[in-house]
Design a protein around this ligand. Structure first.
Ligand code: GDP
Length: 483
């Protein structure tokens, strides 16, 4: 982090006669020049190393790196309510799943595989069937990253709405590439360009206008351009070079879990590395057991599942939690031990959560700042989710905040949108350790209690002056040691 403001750097660049094309992108030479001016050491990051690190995030270990094979992309569909998510999922499922393999009834296991022809050859990809943002948010809140690509559906006749913004914020926070599906183009008198304009004004520049966000105009209802959308998915997937090592014990994430009258405890597991086999011993959180049977998305029994594939398994001791990681271990004893250890650490976590430790609040930031000041320590970052009454308030608030001295606390806006506080905001706050600020908006009782459960602070304001005052106090370490 440079302790120099953006304005200073821009000023410096202009004084050297350099005009950066946008405020946000500086090329390598510019960065070097700036660092020299401010006497900061430049460390160039080795791209290969970065790629390796990125792979590790996808549950790969060092020893996998020599045995990597391509794996199918895992895709989620998000967007505002009624913009057509379900219709799109249904269309893809009906047109692709049944046509590609002798289909039975699709079982709701939370994910299904479809085949998309790429250069004439059918290539698999996996759609997560988690309706809405809840599952995505909750999963992210637990630190799981299962999705490779997000399709955000925007209805052409309704444009960008609150949940569109949320979806974008979630995808960005998780670093997941976005594809926009502009839906309902079959409707009369619609104007896709207007939606593209709207999206570019919030930082998503369409590829066709020189940006990096693919946007496909579709009708989920009539099935128009769905092939084009899927091809775009595969193109984006190809660029990501998604790989895993199928020749090892499986690990991955729990997508869904529940109790079934006949099957007992069931869990849909998505394999993210390795291959899961019938008879394997798995542990996920506090649950463990031998996989007695596995079912695919068509309800058929399968004996194994490779990377990116989701299967419903039975045989676990209890019902795991969606978002838990699972892992195959060598014996039931080891698995039992691990599950017990997990249960114990969860118990400890619950207790300390009760005691309110670990919660990010404005006053915890303030005391961190004042502690930091005493020890001459570091910068803090305050992640902010800002919900306001009208769009215009956002600029006003950001402006007022920007003039506050940011030498102790850097403000990072993760989401700023009009509308009341929602559970999805809370999930985002959990995932990013953010505080939610509301200006002239409400937080419904159910959202408040959810936030309490998740240890997320929601601060609501009516007067901008109060809001800025609190922020200033916190950022200056309000709780200065009392003499
Ligand atoms: P979701 O809430 O995002 O899952 O939205 P749905 O898939 O339930 O769709 C909401 C409504 O929009 C339904 O009445 C759909 O029939 C309609 N709809 C979805 N896609 C299209 C489309 O491409 N064209 C038109 N005209 N209507 C659509």
């Amino acid at each position: 982090n440079l302790a120099v403001s953006e304005a200073d750097i821009l000023g410096y660049l202009y004084s050297k006669g350099v005009k950066p094309d946008t405020v946000h992108t500086l090329d390598k030479d510019m960065v070097k020049m700036i660092c020299k001016e401010y006497d900061v050491e430049v460390i160039e990051i080795d791209p290969v190393r970065v790629e390796e690190m990125a792979k590790k995030k996808e549950m790969l270990d060092e020893e996998d790196l020599d045995m990597l094979e391509n794996r199918p992309p895992v895709i989620t569909i998000m967007g505002h309510v009624d913009h057509g998510k379900t219709t799109l999922l249904d269309y893809i499922r009906k047109s692709k799943v049944v046509a590609s393999e002798a289909g039975g009834i699709t079982q709701g296991i939370g994910a299904y595989k479809v085949l998309v022809p790429v250069d004439g050859k059918p290539q698999p990809c996996v759609f997560l069937d988690t309706p809405g943002h809840e599952a995505f948010g909750a999963m992210r809140a637990r630190g799981a990253r299962v999705t490779d690509i997000t399709i955000i559906v925007v209805a052409v006749d309704d444009g960008v709405r609150p949940q569109t913004n949320e979806a974008i914020a979630h995808a960005k926070a998780a670093g997941v590439p976005i594809i926009i599906a502009i839906n309902k183009i079959d409707k009369d008198g619609t104007n896709p360009e207007r939606v593209m304009q709207e999206l570019s004004s919030i930082g998503l520049m369409p590829e066709v206008w020189g940006g990096d966000i693919p946007m496909v105009q579709i009708s989920a209802l009539k099935g128009v351009n769905i092939d084009e959308l899927l091809e775009t998915v595969m193109l984006v997937a190809e660029l990501q070079e998604l790989k895993a090592n199928p020749h090892r014990n499986a690990k991955g994430t729990v997508l869904e879990a529940g109790l079934d009258k006949t099957k007992g405890s069931t869990a849909t597991l998505i394999v993210q590395n390795g291959t899961l086999k019938k008879g394997d011993v798995v542990v996920c959180g506090e649950a463990f057991g031998k996989v007695r049977a596995m079912f695919d998305d068509r309800g058929g029994r399968v004996d194994q599942a490779g990377p990116s594939i989701a299967v419903q398994v039975i045989g676990l001791s209890s019902v795991p939690i969606a978002g838990d990681e699972f892992e195959v271990l060598d014996s039931l004893d080891i698995a039992r031990e691990r599950a017990n250890a997990c249960a114990e650490s969860l118990r400890v976590a619950r207790i300390s959560a009760k005691a309110g430790e670990g919660k990010v609040t404005l006053s915890s930031i303030a005391s961190a700042v004042s502690a930091g000041k005493q020890s001459g320590l570091d910068m803090h970052q305050l992640n902010i989710i800002l919900k306001v009454d009208v769009q215009g308030s956002i600029e006003a608030i950001r402006h007022a905040l920007q003039v506050l001295p940011q030498d102790n606390v850097a403000l990072k806006f993760l989401l700023q949108a009009p509308g009341d506080v929602t559970t999805s905001d809370v999930d985002l706050a959990v995932a990013t350790e953010a505080i939610i600020f509301g200006f002239n908006v409400k937080a419904p009782g159910s959202v408040k209690s959810y936030a309490e459960k998740k240890h997320v602070e929601i601060r609501l304001y009516r007067v901008i002056y109060d809001f800025i005052g609190d922020m200033r106090n916190a950022m200056e370490g309000l709780l200065e040691p009392v003499e």
